[in-house]
Design a protein around this ligand. Structure first.
Ligand code: ASP
Ligand code: MG
Length: 243
């Protein structure tokens, strides 16, 4: 029993079946007696499609409007998961970056989280809700929507885990852990059961796209152990921590 922050990437929420898969994972964790906060990415290639749409309109879209546009991807997956949970009879509520109190500095397209006012999340948890938070976004001091750079939902999840002092931070992917190379491209890639923050940062620098680098830096800063898991297979995954 505890407070779990878990994050699901774009592939893990890509369609109706995936959305129900995530909803069922959340329902299971709740049944075990946990409080659960789930951070989600946009479905599949939604972010790329939204960026392409903007390009169709203008080759110089403003960064502010691009952020307003691409933040909708996460908002839609968060709402869909809450709708699925409702259908399963689980009390659930979705919150976008602003609603969840995620405050950023002003940089459109590559903002950093400067603070999380986690009271709203805590109050819903205390009322028995499971909370679905949009990854990849926050709100700046001017009240504008800002996004955190591609892959930024990982960083949202770690920042929320830190703010809530969560007992566990689980990052669900379409692979079942960290590999020495991309297992979808290299048949000799080996799964790593355990890796420390610094070695993981080195993997990020070497081009591993499994986690946004900033999320690993943040996990290291706050000593948050990360568990990388598959949303499609029950396997052990990879643990990332200090040792
Ligand atoms: N949807 C955003 C992206 O594709 C954020 C994320 O997936 O973490 O980069
Ligand atoms: Mg994505």
């Amino acid at each position: 029993m505890g407070l779990i922050v878990q994050k699901f990437g774009g592939t893990s929420v890509a369609d109706r079946i995936c959305i129900y898969n995530v909803a069922n994972i959340i329902a299971r964790r709740m049944k075990e007696g946990n409080q659960v906060v789930t951070v989600v990415s946009a479905q599949g290639d939604t972010t790329d499609h939204l960026l392409a749409k903007a390009q169709e309109i203008s080759d110089h879209p403003s960064l502010r409007e691009l952020d307003a546009l691409i933040a909708t991807g996460e908002q839609s997956s968060a709402a869909l998961i809450a709708i699925a949970l409702d259908k399963l009879g689980v009390p659930a509520i979705s919150l976008n970056g602003a609603q969840a109190g995620i405050q950023t500095n002003g940089v459109f397209g590559n903002a950093e989280i400067v603070n999380i006012d986690e009271e709203k999340i805590r109050s819903y948890l205390a009322q028995g809700y499971t909370v679905i938070v949009t990854g990849f976004q926050g709100i700046n001091a001017a009240g504008d929507i800002t996004t955190l750079g591609r892959g930024g939902s990982d960083t949202s999840a770690v920042a929320i885990a830190a703010a809530l002092n969560a007992d566990s931070c689980r990052i669900y992917k379409d692979v079942d852990g960290i590999y020495t190379a991309d297992p979808r491209k290299d048949p000799h890639a080996k799964k790593i059961n355990h890796i420390n923050y610094d070695d993981m940062l080195a993997l990020c620098d070497a081009g591993s796209g499994v986690l946004q680098r900033r999320s690993v830096e943040l996990a290291k800063k706050h000593s948050i152990e990360l568990q990388i898991l598959s949303s499609f297979q029950l396997m052990e995954g990879t643990i990332i921590n200090e040792i």
